[in-house]
Design a protein around this ligand. Structure first.
Ligand code: GLP
Length: 271
C-alpha cells in the first residue's frame, strides 16, 4: 500500500485531486466510484475548481456512488444523491445519464442491488474507487461484522453510525437505520483504491486498517488484500500508526528507485 501522510486536510485534498486528475487524463479512468461524508468535501471543491480552469473533463466519465440511505428519496436534503448534487455534480459536466446511484426508495432491494453491479460490469468495472472511512473502520456502509466478500446489498447501521448521523436530522426517529451499499467485495473489485482520512477521530480506524489484522470487524482492513491502494491521510489521522517512518520512506520513491536501478545497470554495462 502506498501510504501518503500530509500536514493537513488541504494537503490531503490537493494530493487526492492530482491523483484523480492524473487517472482521468492519463489512464482513461472513466468509471469512478465516489464517497460521501465530510472527508471528500475539499477534494470535491478542488475538482469543481479544476473543472472551471479546464483541467478535467467529465463528459465521458461515469460515476457510481458507494451507498445511499434506505427510505430517503433523492431530493431529500440528507440523501447522498442530494449531497453529491450540492457538492460536486452541479459544478462539473457529468452527464446525468452517467450518474449511477442506488435508489433508497426501491421496492425491490435485491433487483436494485443486482442491477447496480450489472451496470458496473457493463462499463468494465470501476477504475478508481475513492473512499472515506467511518470511525469504526467501515467503508461504504459496511459495518463491523460484514463479510469481506459482501456484494452490493442492504446493511443495518450500527448505533454508533446512527448516532454520528443524528446531527443531520431534526428528529431522532428520522435518522435512517438501514442503507444500501456496495459490498466490501464490490469495492475490492475496483482496479485502484484511494482512501482518504483526516482528523484525530479517524486515528484508531486508520491504525486498525493499515496495521491491524484483516478482519470483518474493521472492513477497511480488507484494503490490505488489494494490489493497488493509495491511502492519503493527515498527521492527525496518522497519529496512531507505528510504521510511519517506513511509509514516509516509501511514499513516492519510485523515481529514486528507477534512477538507482538505471545507474546500477549502467555500471554493470547493461545499458
Ligand atoms: C458514512 C459513509 C461513508 C463515510 C463515513 C465517514 O458512514 N457511508 O462512506 O466514509 O460516513 O464520513 P465522514 O467523512 O463525514 O467522517
Amino acid at each position: 500500500m502506498n501510504v501518503v501522510i500530509r500536514a493537513n486536510e488541504d494537503e490531503v485534498a490537493l494530493y487526492a485531486y492530482d491523483l484523480v486528475r492524473d487517472r482521468i487524463i492519463h489512464e482513461q479512468a472513466k468509471v469512478l466510484g465516489l464517497p460521501t461524508g465530510s472527508t471528500p468535501l475539499k477534494l470535491y471543491a478542488r475538482i469543481a475548481e479544476g473543472f472551471k480552469r479546464g483541467e478535467i473533463d467529465f463528459s465521458d466519465v461515469h460515476t457510481f456512488n458507494l451507498d445511499e440511505y434506505l427510505g430517503l428519496p433523492e431530493d431529500h436534503p440528507q440523501s447522498y444523491r442530494y449531497f453529491m448534487e450540492e457538492n460536486l455534480f452541479q459544478f462539473i459536466n457529468l452527464k446525468s445519464e452517467n450518474i449511477h446511484f442506488l435508489d433508497g426508495m426501491t421496492d425491490d432491494i435485491g433487483a436494485e442491488c443486482e442491477d447496480y453491479e450489472a451496470q458496473m460490469d457493463e462499463l468494465g468495472g470501476i477504475k478508481l474507487q475513492i473512499l472515506g472511512i467511518g470511525r469504526d473502520g467501515h467503508i461504504g456502509f459496511n459495518e463491523p461484522g460484514t463479510s469481506l466478500n459482501s456484494r452490493t446489498g442492504y446493511v443495518t447501521l450500527t448505533e454508533g453510525t446512527i448516532a454520528d448521523n443524528k446531527r443531520f436530522f431534526a428528529e431522532d426517529e428520522d435518522v435512517p437505520r438501514w442503507a444500501l451499499s456496495m459490498g466490501v467485495g464490490t469495492i475490492l473489485d475496483a482496479r485502484e483504491l484511494l482512501l482518504l482520512a483526516t482528523g484525530a477521530n479517524k486515528a484508531d480506524a486508520i491504525a486498525a486498517t493499515l496495521e491491524g489484522p484483516v478482519t470483518s470487524m474493521c472492513t477497511a482492513s480488507a484494503l490490505q488484500l488489494h494490489p493497488d491502494v493509495t491511502v492519503v491521510i493527515d498527521e492527525a489521522a496518522a497519529s496512531k500508526l507505528k510504521n510511519t517512518s517506513y511509509y514516509k520512506k516509501t511514499a513516492d520513491d519510485s523515481e529514486a528507485m528507477a534512477k538507482y536501478l538505471a545507474n546500477a545497470r549502467r555500471k554493470a554495462g547493461l545499458e
